[in-house]
Design a protein around this ligand. Structure first.
Ligand SMILES: [Ca+2]
Length: 529
């Protein structure tokens, strides 16, 4: 080797070392991902979406520094199927057993399924599930006094602190990493959705003991002065206090962020607010101008603020993608006579949309959807069509993770739209409510007839760009569009449809006969959730 070659070699080595160090310095840690999934919040429920009777300064700040979406969706107009899709990237209508579940239902996700948290955990993320679960637990028979699994920790979460089902269903206890928090072997917990267990008062037998009366169902075991769906006994010291629930869950979300601040993390923070029973902390009771439902929206906004403040304090804001959305559309009377209807004061939970929770109209699945990542997401408003079902594939793209072939089959990478780099995302999207399906193609919307409809009946067709309220069914005038969209929807069904074609589907998938709540009549379309 001559002298020139040696000098060249030394130069190459110095450059290689320097550029490696440059790359290390230039490539920041992969971004953290925080999904704040609220419960039953409607398209018109937040200040940044037009509400005036309720104040949501933290969510408004998030929207001002981020992207606010106008056409983003959950996949179903009720909780369990919506969350199933978010977790698995598969439309819930393809899978039996994903209707609204009782509190003792088995886990509706196969532990072998690839999930959003599993993808991120495999990519090196710390993963946490805090708050409402409602995807079932165990394999069919739960002993609430022993290890409860499979559950969140078996489908991809390193840490979980959950409400097993909903606030209005027993058991009214928190479960942390598969164990009831505060469980006592001397006071074992029993739960049934078929018959009364123990001797405790129920809403039906002892209405004088209630601080809020049920308006429909919700008249079984009384916990904290509120009667629930289902019966429980035992676990006296493990039971939650509804008025403290937002504080407890928010503290756990904050603590998860603090504990994992030095590595990439994925936090799924599923708030109880604003589901029933609405029981705001005294700090929020009576603070809104639209009654108790507005009060819990303001409590929810506080929870969001605590998360954002924690990220700021830990200097993680500029490296964290935060998404706020809701699992389904709004409902005002959802089983308790809590005054929400009479106190609305002109507030419109679904904004300009038709329908809400339990319905196939836009109010059922079009949700507030705010993305914040200062320095990366371009602030503004986006009309891109996308769905929470896109989370697994999109987050994988963000984290540099791979999604195994065949996994998350209905999920699409919408990262460019999520970050504000692209104005469009999906061209089509299936919306789902009970046994009804609708197809979005651009601003067209086709609502297919349910299984019980006459064969000759026309489906419903709406042009949302001129008729956002779905007031004028123009199917008869656009036979070509109806035909094209019906064929597209038929193709989606052919990929798998375990629920919407079954005439007895309601009873089978939702175990509706065991769960007396949640039959609503909205806009003449009877759907169940
Ligand atoms: Ca919900």
């Amino acid at each position: 080797m001559n002298r020139a070659s040696v000098i060249t070699l030394i130069g190459v080595c110095i450059f290689a070392c320097f550029s490696t160090r440059l790359r290390a310095a230039d490539s920041p840690r992969r971004p953290n991902i925080v999904v704040i999934l609220s419960d039953d919040v409607g398209y018109g429920d937040l200040g940044c979406y037009g509400a005036t009777k309720v104040k949501t300064p933290n969510l408004d700040r998030m929207a001002a520094q981020g992207l606010r979406f106008t056409d983003a969706h959950c996949t179903s107009s009720t909780c369990t199927p919506s969350r199933y899709s978010l977790m698995t990237g598969q439309y819930a209508f393809r899978k039996a057993g994903t209707g609204v579940l009782p509190g003792d239902a088995k886990l509706c996700i196969d532990v072998s399924q690839v999930t959003t948290p599993a993808i991120l955990r495999k990519a090196g993320y710390a993963t946490g599930s805090i708050g409402k679960w409602h995807l079932g637990l165990g394999d069919g028979s739960i002993d609430w006094n022993a290890d409860i699994k499979p559950g969140p920790n078996e489908i991809g979460f390193d840490y979980s602190f959950i409400i097993p089902a909903t606030g209005d269903r027993v058991p009214c206890v928190f479960v942390e990493n598969g164990r009831v928090v505060g469980g006592d072997p001397k006071d074992p917990i029993l739960v049934s959705y078929q018959h009364k267990v123990g001797n405790e008062p129920t809403g039906r037998e002892n209405p004088d003991l209630l601080k809020v009366k049920p308006s429909k169902g919700h008249d079984q075991t009384i916990v904290n002065g509120i009667s629930r769906i289902g019966w429980m006994s035992g676990g006296k010291f493990a039971r939650w206090t509804d008025e403290q629930m937002a504080d407890v869950l928010t503290q756990h979300a904050v603590s998860f962020i603090e504990k994992n601040k030095d590595k990439p993390f994925f936090l799924y923070f599923a708030t109880h607010d604003i589901h029933v029973p609405r029981a705001p902390h005294a700090r929020f009771a009576g603070t809104s101008q639209c009654g108790i439902r507005g009060d819990v929206i303001q409590e929810l906004d506080w929870s969001v603020g605590e998360v954002l403040t924690t990220l700021d304090k830990l200097k993680l804001t500029n490296n964290t993608l935060v998404i706020f959305s809701s699992d389904n559309g709004p409902v005002v009377d959802d089983g308790y006579a809590d005054g929400a209807v009479k106190d609305l004061n002109g507030h419109t939970p679904a904004g300009p949309l038709r329908g809400g929770k339990y319905t196939i109209f836009e109010g059922g699945t079009r949700e507030p959807f705010i993305v914040s990542w200062p320095g990366r997401v371009k602030p503004g408003i986006s009309d891109a069509l996308l769905s929470q079902i896109d989370f697994p594939v999109t987050f994988a793209a963000l984290a540099g993770a791979t999604v195994p072939a065949g996994a998350a089959p209905d999920s699409v990478n919408v990262l460019p739209a999520l970050l504000g780099d692209a104005k469009t995302a999906r061209e089509t999207l299936v919306e789902h409510s009970g046994r009804l399906l609708a197809l979005r193609k651009g601003s067209w919307k086709l609502i297919a007839n349910g299984p019980a409809a006459k064969k000759s009946a026309l489906p419903q067709l709406y042009q949302l760009s001129t008729d956002l309220a779905e007031a004028n069914n123009i199917a008869a005038d656009h036979a070509d569009v109806v035909k094209e969209m019906s064929e597209l929807l038929a193709k989606e069904r052919e990929k798998g449809d375990a629920r919407t074609r079954r005439d007895d589907g309601g009873a089978k998938w939702g175990t509706r006969r065991r769960d007396p709540m949640t039959v609503n009549e909205v806009d003449g379309l009877r759907t169940r959730g």
